[in-house]
Design a protein around this ligand. Sequence first.
Ligand code: EPZ
Length: 419
Amino acid sequence: MNDRIFIEGGHKLKGNVQIQGSKNAALPMMAASLLHRGVSVLKGCPRIADVFCMEEILQNLGAVTWWEDHDLYLDCTKADKTEVPFSFTGRMRSSVILLGALLGRNKKGSLGYPGGCVIGKRPIDMHLLVLESLGARIQEVAGQLSAECERMKGTEFSFPKRSVGATQQGILGAVLAKGETVLENCACEPEISWLCHYLRTMGAQITGDGTGRICVSGVEGLRGGSSWVPPDRIVAGTYICAAAITRSQIVLENPPEGELKAFLEVYRKMGGQYKGNSGKLLVNGKNVQSPVKLLETGVYPGFPTDLQSPVMAVLSTIEGESCIREMVFEDRYKAADQLRKMGARIRVQGNEAVICGVKTLHGAAVQAQELRGGASLILAALGAKGVTVLEGYSFVQRGYEHICQDLNALGAAVKRIQE
Ligand code: EPZ
């Protein structure tokens, strides 16, 4: 299957771009739909590989799903199977949050061990700890995790460290548990609040989402959910980086309100300008020229780790020395060696990357190895002189619905050769 794209750099960008629905909000909302034996709907859902994979998993459990444009309908009336095979969990780690939903629905569930990936080991110890705290008995047999419980019981649990997925796991396990659950040291990412918003449309009783302390009062049952999927804050940040790296001006039609503060602070430090205008975001990257002394990623509301590689590409084209410190994942500089092929000067030492920006990068043959690193290579290619051939476009398709069409509509020259 042709997995490559060609990007001719050096084109200025101009015009408006619509931001797709959020991958990282849609996936847990899809898992939550299992908690009702009926129809739920996610409006404005992104049509991306990871969503199609989660859809396949739910179908495999017995759900019936269908699309009306970007509205995804999930009928979980008959989704009574309880096993998610490794063929799925090996492909998409975030499927691990289905365990909490399977336990909430069926009092049992089993899934292939999700394993790590190129950006780090990505253990799931806290996922299992919070479910055990709710009364689940979990064992690992030959790489398969199997869990069972009577009805889960409310608990008080404090996460040893902040984790988006483990927080979602705890919430999904608690909404149908008997009694009250208090979760401390929760992740505060917007996707947590969007999951809780969706669960509340299903009748769940949850407060405190967006803070470190979330309280859940277990209920006897849930009704069908219905919610919009919010615009993807990481896709929005990626497109702002595209404007920055090409020193262009673009307009985001539907920016994620208030979810990009830490990123925009760094973008402004680079010399980027932006302003809100009747719900749109006008982005002007023409004066991007200042290196960033130190950029540290962190849990929300800190700088999002998912925008670290895209910003690294931009910093590679800003003369002077910038430094990035990756505090969330232990191996998230995979894009650096590919950016070097395009002339970037990046030195990686442990969790730090020192970038000595150059005036112009040049096109090269590069390989994406994971989603956000792949996006950063596309960004670098937009700003480079000459043509870049990117292998591994399927990694990018996991999270970006139509990045090639979007960029071409803004004036870029990105081509896929369908074999
Ligand atoms: C979510 O992953 C996102 N994925 C990631 O986006 C994102 O980078 C990450 O949150 C951080 O914001 C989805 O939402 C589907 P974590 P998640 O648990 O939940 C460690 C993308 O590109 N940890 O918050 O897996 C973990 O290893 C993806 O869209 C444990 O030690 O991230 C990491 O170092 C990439 N034990 C840190 O916590 C656990 O049990 C934060 O990970 C769980 C996590």
